[in-house]
Design a protein around this ligand. Structure first.
Ligand SMILES: Nc1ncnc2c1ncn2[C@@H]1O[C@H](COP(=O)(O)OP(=O)(O)OP(=O)(O)O)[C@@H](O)[C@H]1O
Ligand SMILES: [Mg+2]
Length: 252
């Protein structure tokens, strides 16, 4: 049984076929990367998978469930969680309060206008912050966090609903090499039962983390294979960067 699948998934914007007849199979526990040049359709495919956007055609499966006709919220309840390419956090909250809000929302604890002592939520928030390497930043407000730490916080928010499948759209965007390395460690340490599908332009991070890579080009799957198969592909090199020179695409 796959963790996440889609078959024949398509979405057009006017004459542009942004996602064009895409089949994808993500195995349970995989660290599956989705790569491709700007405008390849990666974020649109994510929106179709999560239900944020309706597909023109095709099906989406989450474990044993056909979720094609389900809303984003219902897919989330069935175990699909995401971070977005562009997202926003509440500036006035601390890291712990931000995660607590998501944890309360998920477990049905009443959200109150003024924080009270809610030990169960507090424990869960601390656990989530620990998972993403932010245990020592719990009391700091969002604006005081670095860009990389905010991205780590977004991963904690996505984990708050205990997902079986986590979709991350460019988690390392705008990060310094040090921040990117820290995020890689966080993602590598996520519980193995959480399946991860991630879009990323940082190919070093992709090839360090992924056990499977799907390359999207002009809305279509160009290749889906092991990292080594993708590295070795002339078609990927030429389509991805418009170059056949291996050293311009892969540093290792
Ligand atoms: N809501 C929309 N309306 C019209 N066109 C859109 C919309 N969303 C995406 N597109 C177009 O669809 C194509 C695919 O966009 P998408 O954002 O999925 O690409 P991407 O692979 O995520 O790119 P990037 O790497 O730059 O994030 C692009 O040509 C984009 O301009
Ligand atoms: Mg995108």
């Amino acid at each position: 049984m796959s963790a996440l699948t889609c078959r024949g998934l398509s979405r057009s914007f006017g004459a542009l076929r942004a996602v064009d007849d895409v089949d994808l199979t993500v195995a349970p526990g995989a660290r599956h990367a989705l790569i491709g040049p700007n405008g390849a359709g990666k974020s649109t495919l994510f929106r179709l998978l999560t239900g944020r956007m309706r597909a023109d055609a095709g099906t989406v499966g989450l474990g044993e469930h056909d979720v094609t006709s389900l809303s984003e919220v219902r897919r989330c309840r069935l175990g699909m969680s995401q971070t977005l390419q562009h997202s926003s956090l509440f500036a006035s909250l601390t890291a712990a309060e931000t995660v607590a809000l998501a944890a309360r929302r998920h477990d049905g604890t009443r959200i109150v206008p003024w924080p009270r002592r809610q030990p169960r939520v507090g424990t869960r928030s601390a656990e989530l912050l620990g998972l993403v390497g932010l245990a020592d930043r719990a009391g700091d407000t969002v604006p005081s966090l670095s860009h990389g730490e905010r991205k780590q916080l977004e991963v904690a928010l996505a984990l708050a609903c205990s997902p079986s499948v986590l979709l991350l759209d460019e988690p390392a965007a705008g990060m310094s090499p040090a921040e990117s390395a820290r995020l890689l460690a966080v993602l590598a340490d996520l519980p193995s039962e959480v399946t991860v599908l991630f879009v990323e332009h940082d190919l070093d991070l992709v090839f360090d983390l992924a056990d499977r890579v799907t390359v999207l080009h002009l809305g279509r799957v160009l290749l889906s294979g092991t990292p080594d198969e993708v590295r070795a592909s002339d078609a990927v090199r030429e389509a991805y960067l418009g170059t056949s020179r291996r050293e311009e695409l892969f540093t290792s």
